[in-house]
Design a protein around this ligand. Structure first.
Ligand SMILES: NC(=O)c1ccc[n+]([C@@H]2O[C@H](COP(=O)([O-])OP(=O)(O)OC[C@H]3O[C@@H](n4cnc5c(N)ncnc54)[C@H](O)[C@@H]3O)[C@@H](O)[C@H]2O)c1
Length: 286
């Protein structure tokens, strides 16, 4: 298996843009694909904004930003992945959509290429099953925001080969991430624990236990988390959190993953969190 040099990222939303930034900053030529030219432009603008902010804060030299920028190739063409050694899928949390993309990537990527998913909760084995290279498929679950969060959760299915696993682990280390490894079970490690906690916070708000500010402050100052659960949900995206909860509930029938009606209503009303300016808090104009 040749060394990973050229990386592909499918989707340039919240996660795809962060993952592309991390890869380019680590020196990898990075091809990132969006569904339309308009979405691609806003994804690339997010990457540029994130790196500009890091430079302004003194966290990254301007030359590093310029080098990373030059290594990012934006495209709307799936065939642009035809020379990638590793392709990381970061499209919405929808298994049918992800399986379709894995089947498509399988036909385009070089035979040696590894195909990875950034899924938060969906079965990676099912995605592997949509390809003719199931031993070369695994989960690479980045945390949000990917350029800042030090963790990379690797998901190894029982089909993932040792060679694939080691190559991906080396890649994760080259990105400077701390790696944890999970079996391919719903929610893996992080979301198995996090999602019920977040849903519980929404339920507390729905039942009038306290104000949104007091729920958040209770967790922030009482448990020493960097932010409260409602603020965190706004960061994650309420739509994405709901998709994760629904997919996990669907598979496990575990009531801890049953989304409270308030979350469902907010998503139906278009409250997606920071990414569109309105969630549990208002970010419009910020
Ligand atoms: N939001 C989080 O905190 C978080 C954290 C870790 C993992 N994840 C996972 O990452 C994945 C993406 O989540 P997100 O928060 O970035 O969602 P998002 O909605 O911000 O981004 C998804 C992007 O994929 C694009 N897309 C859809 N179909 C595509 C296609 N065929 N080709 C290229 N692009 C396509 C969409 O246009 C959108 O921009 C999900 O599986 C999610 O569970 C999310």
């Amino acid at each position: 298996m040749p060394a990973i040099q050229r990386v592909g990222v499918v989707g340039c939303g919240l996660m795809g843009s962060g993952i592309a930034e991390v890869c380019a900053r680590a020196g990898y030529t990075t091809v990132v694909r969006e569904a339309t030219g308009e979405l691609l432009q806003s994804g690339l603008a997010r990457i540029n904004g994130s790196m500009d902010k890091a430079v302004a804060r003194g966290k990254m030299p301007a030359e590093e930003r310029d080098g990373a920028r030059a290594r990012i190739i934006g495209t709307t063409d799936m065939h642009a992945f035809d020379e990638c050694d590793l392709i990381i899928e970061a499209v919405p949390e929808d298994l049918a959509m992800k399986r379709k993309i894995f089947a498509e990537l399988d036909g385009i990527a070089p035979p040696h290429a590894i195909l990875a998913s950034n899924t938060s909760s969906l079965p990676v084995t099912d995605m592997a099953g949509a390809t003719r290279r199931p031993t070369q498929v695994l989960g690479l679950h980045f945390m949000q925001p990917a350029p800042v969060m030090p963790l990379l959760e690797m998901v190894r299915t029982f089909l993932t080969s040792e060679q694939t696993f080691q190559a991906a682990r080396q890649f994760g280390q080259n990105l400077g991430k701390t790696i944890i490894v999970s079996k391919d079970t719903p929610g893996f490690i992080v979301n198995l624990l996090l999602i019920p906690f977040l849903l519980h916070a929404v339920e507390a708000l729905e039942h009038g236990v306290a104000t949104r500010e007091d729920i958040d402050t209770g967790v922030h100052l009482g448990l020493n988390h960097p932010m409260g659960p409602l603020t965190l949900l706004d960061f994650v995206g309420l739509d994405t959190a709901l998709m994760i909860a629904d997919a996990t509930f669907e598979e496990t029938k575990d009531v801890r993953f049953a989304a409270p009606p308030l979350l469902r209503r907010m998503v139906a009303a278009g409250y997606f969190g920071r990414k569109n300016g309105k969630g549990f808090y208002d970010y419009q104009g910020k």
